[in-house]
Structures are given as C-alpha cells and as structure tokens.
Design a protein around this ligand. Structure first.
Ligand SMILES: C[S@@+](CC[C@H](N)C(=O)[O-])C[C@H]1O[C@@H](n2cnc3c(N)ncnc32)[C@H](O)[C@@H]1O
Length: 212
C-alpha cells in the first residue's frame, strides 16, 4: 500500500512538473510576442503613418476653409480613424465626411478584416451620429466611380508611391475638389514629393502636410 501511495505521489508531482514547464514555455513565447510587438508601455507604433500633432494646425485651417465650400470632405486612407476624428470635429456638422480605406496596411499586422473592425469601433460614435461614412474599398475604385457633389476637400494619405499619389491628385482634380491636400511630403516618401511637385508643388507645408 505504501509503495502504491508513493508511486501515485511521484506520478502527480511528475505531471505537475510537466504542466509547470509547459506553462513557463507558453509564458516565455507570449512575453516574446509582446516584446517583439513593442507592446510594453510603447505606443509609438500606433502613431506610425498618422498625421502628427504638429501638422494638425494646417489641417484644421484647411477643414475650416472647406466649410465655406459645398460638397463633402473625402479622406483617402483611414488607418485607425485618428485623423478622421479630428476632421470630424472641425468640419461643419452638416458636412459629410467620407473616409476610404481597403485596410491593406497597418503598423500592427492586423488582418484586413480585423483592421476594418477595429477602426469601425474607433469611429462608431461618429458613424452612428451621421458625421462619418466609413467605406471599406480601394481608393481607385471609389475615386473612379465617384459621381457625387464636387468635394470641398480631398485629403490624400494612402499609397505613397509616385503613380498612386499622382493618380489620387488627378482624380481629385477630375471630380472638382476645391482643396487638394495630403500627408507625407518628406524624403522618406520621394513618390509623394515627386507627384505633388508634378502638380505645381505645395502652396503650403506644415511638417509633411501639403496643400496644392
Ligand atoms: C498612412 S495610413 C493613413 C493614415 C491616416 N490618414 C491618419 O492620419 O491616421 C495609409 C492607409 O492607406 C490605406 N491604403 C493603402 N493603399 C490603399 C488603396 N489602394 N486603397 C485604399 N486604401 C489604401 C492603408 O490600408 C492604410 O490604412
């Protein structure tokens, strides 16, 4: 009897040790996952690609100018809707704000579906209160099919290569946008600089925020 009891205790301890080792292994890989993604008290990744605080004064000025023209404001490149909400705050309450994204890129590696859902939650109040229309589609499909009222402003911040940026500017001109502006006129995005310069260059710059 004593031997059986000892054997049972041994087996129990052996199983517990295995479970503990498994727990440690899982914990270590989860810590590595968090570390790799810089989730430790570091929110800088969430700022990647977003219009910076120091660039917002020009954007606010442009939105307030857009308020004096008819037509919606169109944002090309929603990401998480951080800048979208700033535009929503500054725009005339009666003015429509359409934000377009196909959710192909984000700094966290979310899948397109997860990225869209996340951004939809961020923008939920503005969408439900009728201030923002969130479209999940390619900017090219949206712009080429656009038949609405000429926009008061188009804000371009999606694909920063030369051809796509030039195409966005040309499309904004084609649909009659009164103000055409965008983000990332910086050396890191030579395509944006080239495209904007091809169209006459920035009339005003604030950081990397440009307006034709
Ligand atoms: C730099 S982020 C936009 C940042 C955002 N304007 C802000 O200030 O917070 C670029 C966004 O453009 C989107 N994008 C890239 N190519 C696109 C395309 N062809 N059609 C629609 N959206 C696109 C990406 O999914 C990404 O969310």
């Amino acid at each position: 009897m004593k031997l059986i009891k000892k054997l049972k205790t041994f087996l129990r301890l052996y199983r517990q040790q295995n479970e503990f080792e498994q727990f440690l292994e899982q914990r270590q890989s989860f810590d590595k996952f968090l570390f790799d993604r810089k989730y430790f008290a570091d929110t800088s990744a969430a700022d990647k690609g977003v219009v910076q605080e120091s660039e917002l004064p020009l954007l606010q000025e442009l939105v307030e100018k857009a308020n004096s023209f008819p037509g919606p404001i169109i944002e090309i490149g929603t990401l998480f809707g951080f800048t979208t909400q700033r535009i929503a705050l500054w725009k005339d309450p009666a003015k429509k704000l359409i934000t377009v994204d196909n959710y192909c890129w984000n700094p966290f590696g979310f899948s397109p579906a997860a990225h869209f859902e996340f951004t939809h939650k961020v923008l939920w109040y503005c969408i439900k209160s009728g201030h923002i229309e969130q479209l999940n589609m390619s900017k090219d499909a949206f712009l080429s099919a656009y038949q609405g009222e000429a926009p008061s402003m188009v804000f371009i911040d999606a694909d920063h290569n030369y051809e796509p940026t030039l195409s966005d500017i040309k499309q904004a001109q084609r649909i009659g946008a009164r103000i055409i502006c965008g983000h990332d006129y910086i050396n890191e995005h030579a395509g944006v600089i080239r495209a904007v310069d091809m169209c006459g260059g920035p009339a005003q710059l604030c950081g990397s925020l440009w307006v034709l």
